[in-house]
Design a protein around this ligand. Structure first.
Ligand code: PXG
Length: 443
């Protein structure tokens, strides 16, 4: 046995290079989770931590749901892996069929991946290949939005708009540009739900059309509600306008629903919630309730059909992952959909949203709180940064909440809340009461 395994090193020397983490800071003062059930995590010492973030926006039905756990256990013992390249296994077909039972109208085919990042890159490739399949290969440009988060692969960071995720990595994918973000603190601070002002921010696409010419633009990708950047809710009329402009210019519209998918807004997808239909939908996270990595891209029927031309023995789309449609992921995903259906979870957020909103906006007036934004079971609470140390104030709130038994999430000085969709009102109260008392103690 490896010496390091026999004599475990201190955490400070651990081999684990942690993702999106201040490794040295964490390893000096770690926060560990050892077990989870329903709305709660438990630390190795057995301390209960109420999950205000659905893990990382993924455990929509709550933790360790028996039906999902059992399905996973059964499947891994029956068939651990099977290829889906020129081979198949029944679960992938069964899950695809069941999934299109909940996808928005018009989306009849799904492409499987293993994460949100992979779904994003797959969707960008489908969009470009679709134009090419129709004889329009000149539409090579991809348009993202400032402050957008589309995962961490090269396609995703290229269309993404968060500077720290981009600046270290060179020129990235070529032919990418960005429309402006929708944040407008002068007009929309403390808006409840969709802000009143800013539908016209969608017109920024016209600027890029004038600059690049529509005939060179393949797709626009946006999060219907931007999550990672700190919950930016689209202004009323904005998504409708963006859809209109894409249609007018022959540009495909991609909604990245990695966070908003599977019930976060009180409808199965943001596409349903806003009544605005994109051409492709990117998902992951809640698809397996976070139990096994999986993602999926849903495409409108016309998109799929354009690929199904040419000789029958030709591979229509040169793309896929070893684990696309992995049997264990499919088993987990089927059981996840059943759990969502059994408990009405894909629409349950609608009945909780008002109370959640009231609790979030009750934080207005507390020290440092400069904005509150919310929709469905998503909320962003923005704190004024310390002039000399941006991000520190919210990070302290995160650590203190964890110590007081509530898990929140922070990016820069914005706190994001997104509890599992099984949350009950008293648990919502506890999340906000803890946060509120912590905010009062912060410098
Ligand atoms: N698109 C969106 C909209 C996302 O939110 C991804 C793509 C990438 O998914 P993967 O599975 O490749 O990580 C995401 C991921 C946060 C946070 O704290 C958000 C994500 C991941 C980790 C943390 O806001 N979103």
């Amino acid at each position: 046995m490896n010496d390091r395994l026999r004599n475990p090193v201190s955490l400070e020397e651990s081999a684990f290079w942690m993702p999106f983490t201040a490794n040295r800071q964490f390893k000096k003062a770690p926060r560990m989770l050892a077990r989870a059930e329903g709305m709660y995590y438990y630390t190795p010492e057995g301390r209960e931590v109420l999950d205000g973030t659905s893990g990382l926006w993924c455990v929509n039905a709550g933790h360790c749901r028996p039906k999902i756990v059992a399905a996973l256990q059964r499947q891994v013992a029956q068939m651990d892996f099977a290829p889906t390249f020129q081979m198949g296994h029944p679960l992938a077909f069964e899950f695809a069929e069941k999934l299109i039972g909940v996808t928005p109208k018009g989306f009849k085919h799904v492409f499987f991946t293993n994460s949100g990042s992979e779904s994003v890159d797959s969707a960008l490739k489908i969009a470009l290949a679709w134009h090419r399949a129709r004889g329009d290969a000149g539409r090579f440009r991809l348009i993202g939005r400032e402050r957008g988060y589309h995962g961490v692969n090269f396609g995703g960071i290229s269309v993404g708009g968060i500077a720290s995720n981009r600046k270290h990595f060179g020129p990235m994918v070529g032919g990418v540009d960005h429309i402006r973000h929708t944040h407008d603190p002068l007009r929309n601070t403390f808006a409840r739900g969709q802000p009143q002002h800013g539908a016209e921010f969608a017109d920024d696409l016209e600027r890029l059309v004038s600059l690049h010419d529509a005939s060179t633009i393949g797709a626009v990708i946006v999060e219907p509600v931007a999550g990672s950047t700190g919950v930016l809710v689209p202004p009323k009329g904005y998504l409708e306008r963006l859809r209109e402009l894409c249609t007018k210019h022959g540009i495909l519209l991609i909604f990245d629903e990695v966070i908003t998918g599977f019930g976060r807004l009180g409808k199965p997808f943001a596409t349903d919630y806003f009544g605005v239909t994109p051409d492709l939908i990117v998902t992951a996270k809640g698809i397996t309730n976070g139990t096994v990595p999986m993602g999926a891209v849903f495409v409108r029927d016309e998109i799929f059909q354009a690929f199904m031309q040419g000789p029958e023995n030709s591979i229509e789309f040169f793309h896929g992952y070893t684990y696309s449609g992995h049997p264990v992921a499919c088993a987990a995903a089927i059981a996840t959909l059943e759990t969502y259906a059994d408990e009405g979870l894909l629409t349950r957020a609608a009945s909780l949203a008002k109370h959640f909103e009231d609790c979030a906006h009750a934080l207005k007036g507390l020290p440092h709180v400069i904005d509150v934004r919310n929709l469905g079971l998503m909320a962003g609470i923005e704190l004024a940064p310390r002039p000399d140390a941006p991000g520190k104030r919210a990070f302290e709130a995160f650590v203190k909440c964890f110590e007081q038994g509530v898990l929140i999430r922070v990016t820069a000085d914005i706190i994001a809340l997104s509890p599992p969709l099984i949350v009950e009102n008293p648990q919502i109260d506890r999340i906000f009461e803890t946060l509120s008392s912590v905010l009062r103690t912060l410098e």
